[in-house]
Design a protein around this ligand. Sequence first.
Ligand code: MN
Length: 204
Amino acid sequence: MPYNTYPYELPPLCYPYDAFEPYIDAETMHYHHDKHFAAYIDNLNKALEPHPQLQKLTLEQLLSRSLPPAVREPILRNGGGVYNHCKFFDGLAPVRLAATSRNPTLNAMLDKHFGGLEAFKKEFSQTAIDLFGSGWACLALTRQGALKIITLHNQETVLPLGAVPVILFDVWEHAYYLKYKNDRAGYVHNLWNLIVTPKLHESL
Ligand code: MN
């Protein structure tokens, strides 16, 4: 993954901006990827520029360990933004591809942990809709092999919990407001059409 060490570069979007229409419009994709995501990359690089010793760490290491107080906030906010957006954009695919990439192993785990795919989607969606302010709904895989739905505020990540994200829904307003305005629930509902579920070993 190109995001993994300093200096960070904006990973190219693997699909055309309009690939996710009608669920995510091209203008939103343009602003989300080229402006918002890019700003996290730029600001992470700026935060790391005066700290050669921190530049040697991978993004996962930066987000998992304690950092000097003077740089902690800018690195966690912007590094978290980089990490979450990498995972979010990697997890999207045009409808037909998303529909054919369901992962049987994950589905079996969702059955076990949530009582089935539909029950999981309902609980996950409600978590995303209920999140107050800006943040992410995350299906996380823990080191113990459990699946958990976790609410992340702002640009928190699941890395300090010793977990990795399997599915991330961005519910910052910049992810949906141009098309959906205040209808976060409509956006969350439609996002399921575009979600690919990675093989679990790729998440670990
Ligand atoms: Mn975003």
